[in-house]
Design a protein around this ligand. Structure first.
Ligand code: NAP
Length: 294
């Protein structure tokens, strides 16, 4: 109930496992969701070393945890410990969320992946863009790109074009979109309605640095396009700065992060997610960190 000041035997315990996990925004996002929903729950972060995901799931099952967020490096290795996978997690062979169901001695641990749908939700809620009937170019073919490619195709995108340095990985990612997917090159970017940077190029660049690394030449971008970067640190990546200068509408990765967490919250609790509060909490946490970093 709202107002419980301590975790009791009836408090639902949610957690994130990852390594590193100290800078994860998941605790801020989920604490905001718990607060806004007034449920008796808490959310903590566990640093779990690479190679220990299976033990972590067994421990979480035995301890009766109510749900887990899963981040790097465990998104694939955790699968070996799960009893079931939802269809999206099975297609991606990657899990970012575990739910637990059933009585205490027969608990079923099920893997989900909310990353791609979180991206599509972010496009819809933050920019009022629905992928249906749009042509999308996705730069990158790693775990994040794969989840976005699948979700865009499932949401009805006309075409999902994967542009990646490594051709084999590009083909594997494009296959996730079925007949709507294909491997492309930067030549395809100017014809896309939506361009998504799902590479790690630009990650950690100093805020406001216009000369930072770019995943493509901004000359391919023009007004009328939407450019989304999955990176949220910095908030304004070199790509987003360049895209905005060329008249594109832009979105960084914080909205995706909030929406994928919102979907996890609903999987665990059945409650409608308070996304506005979650996003505000993530922004506040980032502002505190920026202030502390001087
Ligand atoms: P990943 O699996 O390691 O994939 C990295 C991708 O970036 C690969 O496609 C790689 O290309 C490409 N890449 C790396 N360096 C490059 C370079 N110098 N030039 C061109 N391409 C390069 O990583 P991931 O987990 O997919 O994450 C990708 C990005 O998404 C990261 O910045 C991460 O922080 C972000 N992300 C955001 C969210 C969110 O909620 N906002 C969620 C997940 C991830 P090759 O295949 O050719 O090596």
């Amino acid at each position: 109930m709202a107002g419980v000041a301590y975790a009791s035997a009836t408090t639902s315990v949610f957690a994130v496992i990852g390594d590193p996990v100290r800078h994860s925004l998941s605790p801020a996002l989920h604490a905001a969701a718990i607060r806004a929903s007034g449920i008796d729950a808490t959310y903590v972060a566990f640093e779990v070393a690479a190679g220990s995901a299976v033990e972590a799931i067994r421990g979480a099952t035995a301890l009766g945890l109510a749900g887990l967020s899963v981040t790097m490096p465990h998104k694939q290795s955790v699968i070996a410990a799960l009893d079931a996978l939802d269809p999206v997690a099975a297609r991606l062979d990657a899990v970012n969320c575990v739910s637990f169901a059933g009585p205490v001695h027969e608990r079923v641990a099920r893997g989900h992946n909310t990353d791609g749908d979180g991206f599509v939700d972010a496009l819809q809620h933050e920019l009022a863009i629905h992928p249906a009937d749009h042509r999308v170019a996705v730069l990158g073919a790693g775990g994040a790109a794969r989840s976005v490619v699948l979700a865009l195709a499932e949401a009805g995108a006309n075409e999902v074009i994967v542009v990646n340095r490594n051709h084999e990985r590009a083909e594997q990612a494009a296959e996730l979109a079925g007949p709507r997917g294909r491997v492309g090159s930067v030549d395809d970017v100017s014809g896309a309605d939506v361009v998504v940077n799902a590479t790690s190029v630009g990650l950690g660049t100093a805020e406001g640095n216009r000369n930072g690394p770019l995943p493509l030449d901004p000359a391919w971008l023009h007004s009328g396009q939407v450019v989304a970067d999955l990176i949220y640190h910095p908030a304004a990546t070199p790509l987003l700065l360049a895209a905005a200068e060329r008249g594109c509408r832009v979105m960084n990765g914080l909205c995706m992060l909030a929406h994928q967490a919102a979907r996890q919250f609903t999987i665990w609790t059945g409650f409608a997610p308070p996304v506005t509060e979650m996003l505000a909490a993530a922004r506040a946490e980032l502002a505190v960190r920026a202030h502390d970093a001087g």
